[in-house]
Design a binder for this molecule. Structure first.
Ligand SMILES: [Zn+2]
Length: 413
């Protein structure tokens, strides 16, 4: 096991079915995740990481002890999630290594319609000569985030077999249920004990993300009045029509996921539960600024109230839940977390690609729990798709960046 490459590990991990399940009320949401988490614990121990252990929630934590004589080196952590998206089949993944990519179509054998084409995947332009791993056409691959798990494990194996490399205490965390938004629910930041951590869960090589969306959810419940439709004249108020009028009044050419990118936020209705008496609309609201969130929420509420004001007897209830906040606010308080990561990426011979995540990561939550956690590239592409892919050479680079980062924190202390 100590001579395993990042590819060996990755090919092993993707064969575990670790889908999480939003409908479950256990933690972790599926017991199959524990099978991989258990195996990772055993693998860490086999590498000589003696304190590796899984807690009652399934979190695996472990320590690579410091090799430096400096006492002032902060403890840093690396985190990856083991679960895969419940939106796609994840059992029976058959990984395929397409050696020496040359721009050809990569046909996935189990589904002739599943073809990875350069024309549809501009990121493949940077992969000529690399080895590309895909699934076989019927499942996702699980590079999100087993690429991150394999990279961290390989960096650990490298560090423990090279005690001459000076670094501080390194903490490792493997977590369940990220894909259903519960990855940090029981994560014990105090027990983890790091000053800074990095999630290895990003895409393009060189990527460094220290900013995420701020996110709220909103439920608008339109209340009408139901009565026998044959005798409803002048009395019935149909809540389905109220909600439809509200949806129809949303801006058509802006503020939606399908019309925004870059730093623009959006509002997005995604579930409706309809009845004549009461119809509720669930929306998510996203913006990089908390102020922008608020403005969007006020706009939605005004719109909903103006719809019901035209119908005597109709009303609307508004409920807002906070989901997560832009982690930049916390990470800005620890500028070296980002600066050292950028240095590590450059030291690996790569260009730094600083990006804002149009979504959230476990790092967004961890940052507000007191652990500043930027996100680094793991090499994943086409997340949650049967066309998901990762390149072996990108995974090797990510592993190298982890090792450089451990050294840089020691050098600068
Ligand atoms: Zn992920």
């Amino acid at each position: 096991m100590t001579t395993d490459t990042v590819l060996d590990r990755f090919l092993r991990y993707v064969q575990y079915d670790t889908r999480s399940d939003e409908r479950s009320d256990t933690y972790p949401s599926t017991s199959q995740q524990l099978v991989l988490l258990e195996a990772l614990t055993a693998e860490l121990r086999a590498l000589g990481v003696r304190d590796a252990a899984m807690d009652e929630h399934g979190y695996v934590m472990a320590t690579v002890p410091a090799t430096t004589s400096k006492a002032s080196v902060p403890v840093i952590g690396f985190i990856a999630h083991v679960d895969t998206s419940p939106e796609m089949p994840g059992a029976g993944v058959t990984p395929i290594v397409h050696a020496n990519y040359d721009g050809r179509d990569l046909v996935l054998p189990d589904d002739p319609a599943a073809v990875l084409r350069l024309a549809d995947n501009p990121a493949l332009q940077d992969q000529f000569g690399h080895d590309i791993v895909t699934a076989s056409g019927l499942t996702l691959l699980g590079a999100d985030d087993k690429a991150g798990v394999a990279e961290i494990m390989t960096a650990v194996a490298f560090l423990v077999s090279h005690p001459e490399i000076a670094h501080g205490t390194i903490r490792i965390g493997f977590t369940p249920d990220e894909e259903i938004g519960r990855g940090t629910l029981h994560f014990d930041v105090t027990k983890f004990g790091a000053a800074v951590a990095y999630t290895m869960d990003g895409g393009d090589v060189g990527e460094l993300e220290s900013e995420s969306f701020s996110a709220d959810a909103m439920t608008l419940t339109f209340l009408g009045f139901n009565t026998h439709p044959g005798y409803a004249k002048g009395r019935m108020v149909n809540a389905i029509k109220l909600a439809s009028a509200f949806i129809a009044a949303l801006p058509g050419d802006q503020l939606s996921p399908e019309t925004t990118d870059g730093r623009e936020g959006f509002v997005h209705p995604y579930v409706m539960q309809s009845g004549v008496d009461r119809t509720s609309v669930r929306l998510i609201i996203r913006d990089f600024e908390d102020d922008g969130l608020k403005k969007k929420e006020e706009m939605l509420e005004t719109l909903a109230r103006s719809v019901v004001s035209r119908h005597p007897g109709a009303s609307v209830q508004v409920a807002i839940e906070e989901q997560y906040r832009n982690m930049k606010r916390v990470i800005d308080g620890c500028p070296e977390a980002v600066a050292y990561a950028a240095d590590a990426i450059r030291r690996a011979g790569l260009e730094v690609r600083s990006r804002s995540i149009r979504g959230g990561t476990d790092g967004s939550k961890l940052s507000f729990m007191g652990l500043p956690t930027p996100n680094l590239f793991a090499g994943e592409h086409n997340f949650h798709s049967r066309l998901e892919w990762v390149s072996v050479q990108d995974m090797e680079k990510a592993t190298e960046v982890i090792v450089h980062l451990c050294r840089i924190w020691e050098e600068r202390a």
